[in-house]
Design a binder for this molecule. Structure first.
Ligand code: NAI
Ligand code: SF4
Length: 441
């Protein structure tokens, strides 16, 4: 049984409320951190090896140390709770069941970074969560963890919850900042990175919910101890939201050295493929990362067991090109149709494109149309190469990663399941009559 640092107390009745959270050791890390110098808290996070849990896996301590500190200019911390990646719902779980863990993480991180005004930007569809967060913020204030002169340290902090309006693109950090400022959520060109020019042009750190919550156990057990969990480059524990054709969908906390095989088949986690069917493929890190067929998913190209780590899931470049991503683990059984799923994702990215750059605006729509034709019996063999060509012309040629995220699933589907595309084109009527029993995510 792996170590649990984030969800170890999530099952305790009443843990959503301050008194229970406090009785079970809550705010002990905040007490400890507030006695340290802010720079020492940053050092502790650096030592831990914590990497961003939103999807990019950027080292958190390094991001924090990039924060510019010009004299007389405020700094901001923004918590990215715009969790919209298809297949990803672990931040929702954390905020819903153990909100004080996030508030405590925000307090420690704000103190470390010198942010006196910190924002939680939450996706519009999580309509019931802001009330839970506001309740926790109110309780924290009542007990002296927010407001002026927190616990007599002279440090002031207010946390504001800002609701998004339901646009996937607002999870991209610069689009999020634009939206927070009251504008349309169009991504900005980077650099400058938010660490230099973020909210209202002030230095800003944008971190994911799980990343900020992980700061609490890091302070509790110490950065060095945290770094011992996992595999070094993938340190600590990670929340995985597992869904699709498995027996036990849900949110799991894993140590980052677990094998993919154990995660899918053991009763402690996904409990195997539903209905006793065979595993066909998996998108291991949310819809933006490439799909992996079963043979590449369980073993690396060298025949070693594949691990639930940043390195192992992302190894091999062209071979897998996949990634740990946001931890949205979508499993497909043998009856699933890759063409249908690729069309679903293409439609999603087309709908969510902000339209600023031509390759993304035009290319996502074009890919959707071609995939629609193939899926609905009007495809031509040349369409497969056309799709390949379009995704190549999007990949790496856009302002923000949404363009890449739209291109990669199409590329991976063709790379690993070309025969399925061909079968659809050669057998249009049969393809349409098949009942695929779509996996839900
Ligand atoms: P990125 O790699 O561009 O940046 C990662 C972070 O490091 C950013 O905060 C960036 O500001 C910072 N950074 C990088 N270089 C820096 C430098 N030189 N100076 C200062 N700061 C620097 O990736 P990005 O755009 O933040 O995230 C993309 C990922 O997001 C995708 O891989 C995808 O997996 C994930 N994603 C997650 C979603 C979710 O719902 N959780 C939704 C959509 C995408
Ligand atoms: Fe907008 Fe797409 Fe360009 Fe991102 S890649 S800025 S979503 S058009």
């Amino acid at each position: 049984m792996g170590r649990k640092l984030l969800l170890d107390k999530a099952h305790i009745e009443g843990i959503r409320y301050y008194d229970t959270y406090r009785q079970h050791g809550g705010y002990a890390a905040a007490e400890k951190a507030l006695k340290l110098a802010p720079g020492d808290v940053v050092e502790e996070v650096k030592k831990s090896g914590l990497r961003g849990r939103g999807g990019a896996g950027f080292p958190t301590g390094m991001k924090w140390s990039f924060l510019a500190k010009p004299e007389g200019v405020p700094r901001y911390l923004v918590c990215n709770a715009d969790e919209s990646e298809p297949g990803t719902f672990k931040d929702r779980y954390l905020m819903e069941f153990i909100p004080h863990l996030l508030i405590e993480g925000l307090l420690i991180s704000s103190y470390a970074l010198g942010s006196n005004r910190t924002y939680i930007y939450i996706r519009g569809e999580y309509a019931w969560i802001p009330d839970i967060l506001e309740q926790a913020i109110g309780e924290a204030r009542q007990h002296g963890w927010l407001g002026k002169n927190i616990q007599g340290t002279g440090f002031d902090l207010e946390i504001y919850v800002h609701r998004g309006a339901g646009a996937y693109i607002c999870g991209e950090e610069t689009a999020l900042i634009e939206s927070l400022e009251g504008k349309r959520g169009n991504p900005r060109i980077k650099p400058p990175f938010p660490a230099v020019k973020g909210v209202w042009d002030c230095p800003t750190v944008v971190n994911n919910v799980e990343t900020l919550a992980a700061v609490v156990p890091i302070i509790n057990i110490g950065g060095e101890e945290y770094a011992k969990i996992g595999t070094g480059k993938s340190a600590g524990t990670k929340l995985i939201s597992a869904c699709g054709n498995i027996n036990k969908p849900g949110v799991y906390e894993i140590e980052m050295n677990l094998t993919v095989e154990e995660f899918i088949f053991s009763d402690e986690y996904c409990g195997g493929i539903a209905g006793g069917k065979k595993l066909k493929a998996c998108i291991p890190g949310g819809s933006s990362v490439p799909i992996l067929p079963a043979n590449l998913l369980l073993k690396t190209a060298k025949g070693e067991p594949r691990l639930m780590t940043y390195e192992s899931l992302g190894d091999g470049g062209f071979v897998t090109g996949s990634a740990m991503g946001s931890g949205g683990f979508i499993v497909f059984d043998e009856d699933q149709c890759v063409v249908r799923h690729t069309l679903t994702l293409a439609r999603f990215y087309h709908h969510e494109s902000c339209g600023q750059c031509s390759p993304c605006r035009e290319g996502t729509g074009w890919m959707e149309k071609v995939l629609h034709n193939i899926e609905y019996g009007k495809g031509k063999m040349s369409d497969i190469d056309l799709l390949w060509d379009i995704q190549q012309k999007i990949d790496g040629r856009t302002i923000c990663p949404l363009g890449d995220a739209a291109a990669w699933p199409v590329a991976a589907a063709i790379r690993h399941f070309r025969d399925e595309f061909e079968w659809h084109i050669l057998h249009p009527e049969e393809a349409q009559q098949r009942n695929y029993g779509l996996a839900h995510y």
